[in-house]
Design a protein around this ligand. Structure first.
Ligand code: ATP
Ligand code: MG
Length: 228
């Protein structure tokens, strides 16, 4: 039986009295590249945050057979939709990317971390901005640096919330190639997307959600059929 990278059972999330995810159940086999699509406010970011335990939820979430929160956090990585950078903090691109190597159990940067950070930045074509202050980059450039950061621990399961937002066509094509490389390495990638765009060719499956429920789950589709 194929191993599931992710298994979600009866997942519900409420903000106060308002339930925004209604008992979702789905699983993602290891090695699959999945897009989650849906209109603004349909619950895509909430779903990712609930999977990651960033916000409370009910139901069960299992990553490579281990139930939340007792899983191996090093297997997972996340690129959020929006980032809150402290206005006074002037972290360089290198510092932001290196911080992706930190985990609760590993408080010191491993040796060679700068070398690894350099290679991850090269994968998103941002190595030339190594020493720039992160908050002086454009939105699309920041997004690419955060993708490099998420790759630092070579995760088995990567969750990305709208990685194409603010990204130009060339960078989107570059991201498609990067995801294609991850796929070739057997990694599992789940991405929230508004448009499948340049990533369409690397996708194995599209899950569409509406008002906190799955309304379509397809492994085959016509070009453009699933774009918002
Ligand atoms: N912190 C919060 N407190 C209360 N309600 C929230 C909170 N975050 C999100 N919501 C609500 O939950 C619903 C789902 O929001 P969510 O951010 O998950 O949508 P989304 O599908 O990611 O939308 P978008 O495409 O705009 O990113 C929306 O109705 C939103 O208003
Ligand atoms: Mg969102």
């Amino acid at each position: 039986m194929p191993v599931n990278a992710l298994s979600v059972k009866h997942l519900s999330v409420r903000y106060g009295n308002h339930e925004v995810i209604h008992g979702m159940t789905f699983s993602v086999p290891a090695g699959q590249i999945v897009a989650i699509t849906g209109a603004n406010g349909s619950g895509k970011s909430t779903l990712l945050k609930a999977i990651l335990n960033i916000i409370p939820s009910t139901g069960e979430v299992t990553v490579f057979g281990k139930t939340k929160p007792n899983w191996d956090w090093e297997t997972l990585s996340y690129v959020p939709q929006r980032i809150a950078i402290q206005p006074g903090v002037q972290s360089t691109v290198l510092e932001v990317v290196c911080s992706g190597a930190l985990t609760a159990g590993r408080l010191f940067f491993p040796r060679k971390v700068k070398e690894i950070a350099n290679s991850k930045l090269a994968e998103v074509e941002m190595e030339h901005r190594l020493h720039s202050p992160f908050n002086q980059l454009s939105g699309g450039q920041q997004q690419r640096v955060l993708i490099a950061r998420s790759l630092m621990r070579s995760p088995e399961l990567l969750l990305m919330d709208e990685p194409l937002s603010g990204i130009d066509l060339k960078s989107a094509q570059n991201l498609a190639q990067l995801v294609g490389n991850l796929k070739a390495q057997g990694k599992t990638v789940i991405m929230v997307l508004h448009e499948l765009g340049a990533l369409e060719k690397v996708l194995d499956r599209v899950i569409r959600i509406k008002d906190g429920q799955i309304i379509a789950d397809k492994t085959q589709w016509k070009p453009g059929e699933l774009d918002d």
